[in-house]
Design a protein around this ligand. Structure first.
Ligand code: CP
Length: 316
């Protein structure tokens, strides 16, 4: 039984401000566990989680796996290469076969938007979206919000700018949805070709001037320029992109007060962000990574904790 109002985590669009608050508060308790000499609790003992990553990942995958281990869940990692997917088995057949081995939770990353929603319609397991195409990356949105709340004490009234490739970014989408629900002001900044049409309907401010954003934002969440998209002609060159939208120390020094710098990773140093900014005292990039484990522990506990209690009570 879920301790939230949702059974799955498919996107922050389904989540209320109250549920988001519960997750962020629970993540603080999880972070205390991570600071202990023995970083492990029996909370999810007896629960089996499969990490079904059908698209590459460094942070999200390792972070989910660590979160599962810290909570004593049994974990299974599955990737497309070396599996029967390469022999033509469908994703649904693969997932149903894995579920038939008595799995409780499926954490899924996939390049196609809506893939976790599809699995949620066909499987009994709890589904957690670890990034579906350009749609949503809910746990990244949550860990970004936790990092901002740590720094500023509240999200209400905070001015957060998302800078860069908004068009292809699931991180941007989950940040916009989550931050708006929690009362923050969201500013979107990037070249017009990298900002989707209709975004203004989500209640965000849109600008193409990074220097203006630096004057009015409290924090910049700088998004990766997806190098694999460069050939599609959405911007002339990386050099040109960096000239207008690259965040560097000289630009940031024009701010009235220092801006907090976030980046979900992976970073393209010298393109969307320079090393002197990424590694500066105002960067919280590695705090984001630490918070990622705590947030994923909180999500797993709140969605699947009820199952562990059921199996414990059955055993008793
Ligand atoms: N932030 C993020 O999703 O990174 P990975 O692609 O490495 O998981």
């Amino acid at each position: 039984m879920s301790l939230l109002s949702q059974r799955h985590m498919l996107g922050l669009a389904d989540y209320s401000a109250e549920d988001i608050q519960t997750i962020l508060d629970t993540a603080l308790q999880m972070r205390d566990i991570l600071d202990r000499p023995v970083k492990k609790v029996p909370t999810l003992r007896g629960v089996t989680v499969v990490n079904l990553f059908l698209e590459n990942s460094t942070r999200t995958r390792t972070s989910f796996e660590l979160a599962e281990k810290r909570l004593s869940a049994d974990t299974l990692n599955f990737s497309a290469s070396g599996s029967a997917l390469s022999k033509g088995e469908t994703m649904l057949d693969t997932a149903l076969n894995i579920e038939a081995m008595k799995v409780d939770v499926v954490v899924m990353r996939h390049k196609s938007p809506g893939s976790p929603h599809f699995l949620a319609r066909h499987l009994e397991s709890i589904i957690i979206n670890a990034g579906d195409g350009r749609h949503e990356h809910p746990t990244q949105g949550l860990l970004d919000m936790l990092t901002l709340r740590d720094k500023f004490g509240t999200l209400k009234g905070l001015r957060v700018a998302l800078v860069g490739d908004i068009l292809h970014s699931r991180v941007a989408m989950s940040n916009i949805i989550g931050l708006k629900k929690m009362g923050a002001e969201v500013i979107i900044c990037g070249p017009a070709t990298l900002i989707p049409r209709g975004l203004a309907n989500m209640g965000v401010e849109i600008t193409h001037s990074l220097d203006d954003v630096i004057q009015k934002a409290d924090a910049l969440n700088i998004l990766r320029i997806q190098l694999e998209r460069q050939s599609s002609g959405l911007f002339p060159s990386l050099r040109e992109y960096h000239k207008y939208f690259g965040v560097n120390r000289v630009r940031l020094e024009k701010a009235a007060t220092p801006l907090t710098i976030l980046h979900p990773g992976p970073i393209n140093r010298g393109v969307e962000i320079t090393s002197d900014v990424a590694d500066s005292e105002h960067s919280v990039i590695l705090q984001q990574v630490t918070n990622g484990v705590a947030v994923r522990m909180a999500v797993l506990y709140l969605l699947a904790g009820g199952r562990a209690e059921t199996s414990d009570s059955k055993a008793a």
